[in-house]
Design a protein around this ligand. Structure first.
Ligand SMILES: Nc1ncnc2c1ncn2[C@@H]1O[C@H](COP(=O)(O)OP(=O)(O)O)[C@@H](O)[C@H]1O
Ligand SMILES: [Mg+2]
Length: 322
């Protein structure tokens, strides 16, 4: 059965510049807003480079996430390479992703962040000509094993895209859809309870409780993104992958999603791709920096942002990249 939860992301679609990269955060000077790389900047020109020369140079975003990773390894990538036809997009990436933690993937456009994210729930299976080598282990189980049903895997490893993609159905039906096709409920009362609890966990319940049967597409962008998160939560995932989830949202909606991500990390393993250095610093405890299809370095967010080991990382996070 086709599983419309997992419609292929439109990676080429542009969004506005990240509105949350305001220069002030917690009294600290932060980098100015970066142009969204997918929007108007060519692949060869990374986000940070789009800044006027020197605008960001030398400034490192402050880190507000106080705690380090909280959980054991949830996903372990081992020598993962991805090819699109003859072209290799990802080279031997090995990375442990901890549970109950937000891990941010950063790096210039085209460096393979989305490609790597898609390895974790086998979304690359849906791309013709894509080939993945190496291993992705989730709770020590190979997600590419023949015994793994990708549809069930994608319920366990939910995905949220840049552009909110609610189904053309009511708010209630958007959330009920997954539990229904997965047979998670036996009665209307049980379904009502799942819908309510999922919307509550996604921080949307109070705003929609009185209009559950109106169209999900009638909500604001930020509400739609929380609806999509509620839809993912409804099938009891363990991992939530977010590919630039705030790129199309205004600053207030972005702040709400960031707050939500911080709450969700108590229960889930979360991976977020972001072009906003400030956002990575705000929401993640771990950061992985990719460049040209390779994982350059990874570690605690605070370390990556204050004391990176690699020159390329420093250059990227300070906007000197070139
Ligand atoms: N469906 C696809 N078919 C062919 N090449 C692709 C496809 N998706 C991504 N690529 C290529 O793989 C590389 C990595 O892309 P992507 O993972 O989208 O990077 P990022 O998310 O970091 O911007 C880029 O060179 C991109 O052009
Ligand atoms: Mg991408």
């Amino acid at each position: 059965m086709k599983f419309p939860f997992f419609r292929a992301p439109d990676g080429r679609e542009g969004g506005p510049a990240d509105p949350t990269d305001v220069p002030m955060m917690g009294g600290q000077v932060l980098p100015a807003a970066g142009t969204h790389p997918d929007a108007s900047v060519s692949e060869s020109m990374p986000a940070a480079q789009a800044e006027p020369a020197g605008a960001m140079a030398g400034r490192i975003p402050s880190v507000t996430s106080p705690s380090g990773p909280a959980g054991p390894t949830k996903i372990a990538a081992r020598d993962v390479s991805v090819f699109y036809g003859d072209k290799q997009a990802l080279f031997d990436v090995s990375l442990d992703i901890p549970d109950k933690t937000v891990t941010a993937f950063i790096g210039p456009s085209g460096c393979g962040k989305s490609t790597f994210l898609r390895c974790m729930n086998r979304m690359n299976d849906t791309i013709q000509g894509a080939r993945v080598t190496g291993q992705i282990l989730m709770d020590d189980q190979d997600v590419n094993a023949r015994t793994v049903d990708p549809v069930l895997l994608r319920a366990q490893v939910g995905m949220v895209f840049q552009k909110p993609n609610p189904f053309p159905k009511t708010i209630y039906e958007n959330v009920a859809y997954g539990p229904r096709i997965h047979g998670l409920t036996e009665s209307k009362a049980e379904m009502d309870a799942i819908v309510e609890s999922s919307l509550k966990k996604a921080g949307l319940w109070d705003e929609v409780a009185d209009r559950l049967h109106s169209a999900g597409t009638g909500l604001s962008g930020g509400q739609q993104q929380r609806l999509v998160i509620a839809r993912a939560i409804a099938v009891r995932p363990e991992v939530i992958l977010m590919d630039e989830p705030c790129s199309a949202l205004d600053p207030i909606a972005t702040a709400k999603i960031e707050e939500l991500i911080d709450e969700l990390r108590e229960q889930y393993c979360i991976v977020i791709v972001t072009h906003s250095m400030a956002q990575a610093a705000r929401v993640s405890q771990r950061t992985a920096f990719f460049h040209l299809g390779r994982l350059v370095e990874h570690g605690n967010t605070e370390e990556i942002f204050t004391n990176p080991r690699e020159r390329r990382t420093l250059d990227y996070i300070t906007g000197r990249f070139g």
